[in-house]
Design a protein around this ligand. Structure first.
Ligand SMILES: NC(=O)C1=CN([C@@H]2O[C@H](COP(=O)(O)OP(=O)(O)OC[C@H]3O[C@@H](n4cnc5c(N)ncnc54)[C@H](O)[C@@H]3O)[C@@H](O)[C@H]2O)C=CC1
Ligand SMILES: C[C@H](O)[C@@H]1OC(=O)[C@H](O)[C@@H]1O
Length: 254
């Protein structure tokens, strides 16, 4: 069964990792997809090619989510290409691991701007378009298990993920009357570029695997199903919710 047939799905940070898996998962479920990306043109184009090979349409729009104009431009380009926006997956994020006491101001500032301000601008731009269209929509934000627990080298990062989780709760209230649902997914530790260096430490990686009841770290594709579900009409009465996708890591105290 295809859950997103005929829908237009937008994904930020869609050329790699979780965003790419969400973009391809949406296309597998019948959606046309617009991805935002900021870095490699090659990776963005290969994602587009993969979606087109599935028989769906796709565009890639380059831009830094920390800038408000990136959001309005992304939405406008998607509307130009596909006529509408049904789903926004706000996924782009960074996590430059660093100790707390000597955290550079620029690192805090950039992490907040990309992860939290970026999500805010994207969600707002998509919501305005959905309200204009008048037939509702779905917004899924990629928060984190880190919205609920801390990290010694993530003092600048975990508050942004708690912020994204909170943004979805408030947006769910603000947008419910327009038929727009807002939910977040809270991934555990997923093997992607963002933590490649951090998890190169075998001892740390083993520790993270050990505390995951399902016995392995996540893959980007593990997020595709939950994101597609929350974006789809299967979740028609789900809004303001946060779905942990962590192999059970969060509940594993002892
Ligand atoms: N990998 C993990 O263990 C977890 C990741 N997350 C979140 O998942 C999201 C996706 O990250 P991953 O797929 O893991 O890593 P990733 O590094 O593959 O993906 C992040 C994407 O965001 C893009 N991006 C970064 N800054 C941007 C900017 N200023 N403008 C536009 N795009 C930008 C990157 O180019 C990249 O494509 C992030 O928000 C991250 O915080 C949440 C929980 C766990
Ligand atoms: C990047 C980290 O490995 C990852 O990011 C998160 O949000 C998770 O909590 C992990 O710490």
């Amino acid at each position: 069964m295809k859950l997103l047939d005929g829908k237009t799905v937008l994904v930020t940070g869609g050329s790699t990792g979780i965003g790419r898996a969400a973009a391809i998962g949406a296309a597998q479920h019948g959606a046309n997809v617009a991805i935002n990306y900021v870095a490699s043109d090659e990776k963005a184009h290969s994602c587009i090619a993969e979606i087109e090979a599935l028989g769906r349409k796709a565009i890639a729009v380059k831009g830094d989510v920390a800038l408000p104009e990136t959001a309005t431009e992304f939405v406008a380009k998607a509307v130009e290409a596909f006529g509408k926006v049904d789903v926004m997956v706000s996924n782009a994020g960074i996590c430059p691991f660093h100790a707390f006491l000597d955290m550079p101001v620029e690192t805090v500032d950039r992490t907040f701007r990309v992860n939290l301000h970026g999500a805010y601008y994207m969600v707002q731009a998509a919501a305005n378009q959905m309200v204009k269209q008048g037939h509702g929509g779905a917004i899924v934000a990629v928060s984190s298990i880190s919205a609920l627990v801390g990290g010694e080298f993530q003092t600048h990062y975990t508050p942004t993920k708690a912020g994204v989780h909170s943004l979805m709760q408030s947006a769910a209230i603000a947008l419910g009357k327009h038929g727009i649902r807002c939910n977040s997914v809270l991934p555990g530790t997923i093997l992607t570029e963002i933590n490649k260096d951090d998890l190169a430490d075998e001892v740390k990686r083993h520790h993270m695997e050990e505390r995951t009841p399902l016995g392995r770290l996540g893959m980007p594709e593990d997020l595709a199903g939950p994101i597609v579900f929350l974006a789809s009409d299967m979740a028609a009465y789900v809004t303001g919710a946060a779905l942990l996708v962590d192999g059970g890591m969060f509940v594993n105290l002892q």
